[in-house]
Design a protein around this ligand. Structure first.
Ligand SMILES: [Zn+2]
Length: 83
């Protein structure tokens, strides 16, 4: 994986891949997650999931969906802009 310098003048509104200019497709990879699910056992022995908690323990990486450049610097922005 090559190291890429992200220009600080990048417009705040949109993420654009500094390598290929892609502004549409992005891939997020979560390294290690702890998934906790609370179940209630019913009278017939079946289970109903009540609540699921996901805790991210590892690194979260963001990659360009076209050239696979590591653009993890933009990951916080992605989550701020996710509606
Ligand atoms: Zn790219």
């Amino acid at each position: 994986m090559n190291t890429i310098q992200i220009p600080s003048t990048e417009p705040a509104g949109r993420i654009i891949c500094p390598r290929c200019g892609n502004a549409k497709n992005f891939i997020e990879v979560v390294g290690n997650t702890l998934l906790t699910t609370h179940y209630v056992q019913n009278r017939d022995g079946s289970f109903t999931p009540m609540e699921t908690e996901t805790e991210v323990l590892g690194e979260v990486k963001l990659y360009c969906g076209q050239c696979s450049a590591d653009i993890s610097e933009f990951n916080n922005h992605l989550h701020e802009m996710m509606f």
